[in-house]
Design a binder for this molecule. Structure first.
Ligand code: SF4
Length: 352
C-alpha cells in the first residue's frame, strides 16, 4: 500500500504552492502553517479561520489524521515514552520521549525506523534499518511530545535528535523538520536548544559544515580508541575519532558552538580508569563536554551498568585532564526508555 503524504510533510513553500493552485491567497498558506506546526492542528476541520474549499482540498489531498500514539509512563517518573504508529501496511512504530527535568523540558525524537549503525548495546540497532522517516513523521513526534508536555503545563524547551536512527543518514528530512521546529511560527525552539546526535557520517557532516546551521552537535563516541569503538559501533562508514575531533573543531570555528561527546559506559568494557586516561589523551585541547551515560540495563542484553563509584572515578579523571564532564542521571529505566527498547518489545515481546 502506497503511503499518502502527510500534511506535516509539507514545507511552508509547498503549502504556498498548494494554496496558490487551489485559488487561495498567500495569507491562507501562513494560516495553514500556523495551524499545523504552531498549534499542532493537522485536521483541516479544526482550522476554523480557513475557507471550506481549502479545508476540503487539504483533506482530499493529504493524510491529515494524527498517528496513533501509545504513552508509557509511571507516576514516579519524569520521563514518558511514546510509540507512534507508522502508516505503512506493516504498521511499525517509532519512538519519541518526553523528559521533564527542572526547568527543562526535552523532546527526544527519532530519525529512522530502526537503525543501520547497530551499536551492540542498543535495542534500535538490534533489528536493523527498516526505513528513513519522512519530514512529516519526524514532525509528528515533535507535535505529539509538545502536546503531552502542554498537558503537564510545560513547554518543550529542548529538542534532541537522539532516538532511533542515525540523523545524518536521513539528512534532508531531519534538517527540514528541524528548520520547522526552529521556525518562530512553527515550533519556535532556539537553534542552540536543538541537538543532532551522530556517530559521525562524513558526507552528512561535510554538508552540515557547509550549510553552517547553528544547531548543537553531539558525537556518539563510546570508546577512547578506534579499535574498541569499531567493536561497539560496528558501522563501517562511521568517522574515526580523530576525524570527529577535527569536525568538532571546525564546527566550533564556523558556528561558535561547542560539541558534546556522548559516551555510553559499559562495565568491564569501556568504563575502566585506563579508558578515561586514554580519552583524556585523545580529546586533549578540544573544547566541548563529555556526556557520560551509564548504561541502562536491559533484560535482552548482557551489558552491565558500572557502579556509581566507577562512574565518579571515570568523571574525575576526565576533569583532572581538563575536560568538561556531565553525567546523565538514571531516567526512565522503569518504562524501557533506553533507545529502541519499546519498539523492540512491541515487535518481539519475548526479546526485552
Ligand atoms: S545507539 Fe543510536 S546510532 Fe547506535 S544503533 Fe542505537 S539508534 Fe543507532
Amino acid at each position: 500500500m502506497e503511503r499518502r503524504r502527510r500534511i506535516t510533510d509539507l514545507t511552508r513553500e509547498e503549502i504556498a504552492t498548494f494554496v496558490a493552485t487551489h485559488g487561495g491567497k498567500p495569507f491562507h498558506a501562513a494560516q495553514i502553517a500556523r495551524w499545523v506546526f504552531g498549534r499542532g492542528v493537522t485536521d483541516p476541520a479544526g482550522m476554523t479561520d480557513l475557507g471550506r474549499a481549502l479545508r476540503d482540498a487539504l483533506t482530499q489531498s493529504f493524510d491529515v489524521t494524527p498517528p496513533a500514539v501509545t504513552w508509557n509512563c509511571d507516576e514516579a517518573s519524569t520521563t514518558e515514552k511514546a510509540l507512534l504508529k507508522l502508516s505503512d501496511s506493516g504498521g511499525d512504530n517509532v519512538e519519541a520521549v518526553l523528559i521533564m527535568e527542572g526547568e527543562r523540558t526535552t523532546a527526544c525524537i527519532s530519525s529512522q525506523a530502526g537503525c543501520p549503525v547497530a551499536c551492540v548495546f542498543c535495542a534500535s540497532g538490534a533489528l536493523g534499518l527498516k526505513r528513513n522517516l519522512t519530514r512529516g513523521e519526524i514532525l509528528d513526534q515533535f507535535l505529539a511530545v509538545r502536546s503531552r508536555a502542554e498537558s503537564h503545563g510545560r513547554r518543550v524547551s529542548n529538542i534532541v535528535v537522539m532516538g532511533m536512527g542515525e540523523p545524518l543518514l536521513n539528512y534532508e528530512a531531519v534538517l527540514s523538520a528541524l528548520d520547522t521546529i526552529h521556525d518562530p511560527e512553527g515550533g519556535g525552539i532556539g537553534a542552540r536548544h536543538i541537538t543532532i546526535s551522530t556517530v559521525g557520517v562524513a558526507k552528512g557532516m561535510q554538508r552540515l559544515l557547509e550549510e553552517g546551521r547553528p544547531f548543537t552537535l553531539a558525537f556518539s563516541l563510546h570508546a577512547p580508541n578506534d579499535a574498541l569503538r569499531a567493536e561497539l559501533v560496528p558501522f563501517k562508514a562511521a568517522m574515526s575519532i580523530d576525524a570527529m575531533v577535527a569536525a568538532a573543531r571546525a564546527w566550533l570555528k564556523d558556528t561558535g558552538r561547542e560539541a558534546t561527546f556522548e559516551y555510553v559506559m559499559l562495565a568491564g568494557v569501556n568504563a575502566e580508569q585506563e579508558h578515561a586516561r586514554e580519552l583524556v589523551r585523545r580529546l586533549k585541547g578540544v573544547r566541548g563536554t563529555v556526556n557520560l551515560i551509564p548504561y541502562n540495563e536491559n533484560p535482552g542484553f548482557t551489558w552491565r551498568r558500572p557502579s556509581p563509584a566507577a562512574v565518579d572515578m571515570f568523571a574525575e579523571i576526565l576533569r583532572a585532564g581538563g575536560l568538561k564532564v556531565s553525567v546523565r542521571k538514571r531516567k526512565g529505566h522503569r518504562i524501557l526508555a533506553a533507545c529502541g527498547q519499546l519498539r523492540l518489545q512491541a515487535l518481539n515481546p519475548g526479546r526485552v
